[in-house]
Design a binder for this molecule. Sequence first.
Ligand SMILES: [Zn+2]
Length: 238
Amino acid sequence: MRISGITRPLNDLLSLLFPRLCQACGNHLVRNEQVICTSCLLDMPLTGFHLQRENALERSLWGRCYAEKATAWSYYRRGGKMQQLIHRLKYSGIKEVGTFLGRYYGTILADSGFMDGIDYLVPVPLHPSRERKRGFNQAEVICMGISESTGVPLLRTALIRKGRSDTQTRKSRVERWENVENIFATGPDPLPEEAHLLVVDDVITTGSTIESCVNLLREAGPIKVSVVAMAVAESGTS
Ligand SMILES: [Zn+2]
């Protein structure tokens, strides 16, 4: 990096002392980049689902729950950049990854018309003990980003988490479904009538969490429910 003496802007000095790194690849961010570098953004395995009716994610939910529409920004691949980003968000506690992703995809969703008619964003709740340990619910952080770029407000209390689900790895699909079936409930306040709610999660793997949340909300009143996630496992859409 070239150091040009006393006329150098303070920002450059700060970035030298505290380099801003891409959360996906670890390379230095340049001045206008935030959180994820341009090269990584261009390299994401995007689904394009927000532009396709009856896309693979919507089809994977058929017969399980009724969502008006469903989309996910990127595919989730083992060892891929999306996995790295979700790990940085959930396990390294870097909330900015969630707000950035939400804001970024929110802009795309708003521009494409996907957000038309959506009244509220509903984060998939995290178990309170896990949220306390992590300090935040990653789905809510993503919601806050989407809300920033779309103006659609959050409805935090629409869904609540009852019990603790054990880690979902090493369980069959049936066991996983049984595992999530009883862990969510609708919140104490009545849902706004005739509202169109957008359920937001970080990653959709088997779809069982989304299935459970959509069914609960639709049982609670005359509302419409749609689904958005930042990523979807390719196995979950085949
Ligand atoms: Zn990068």
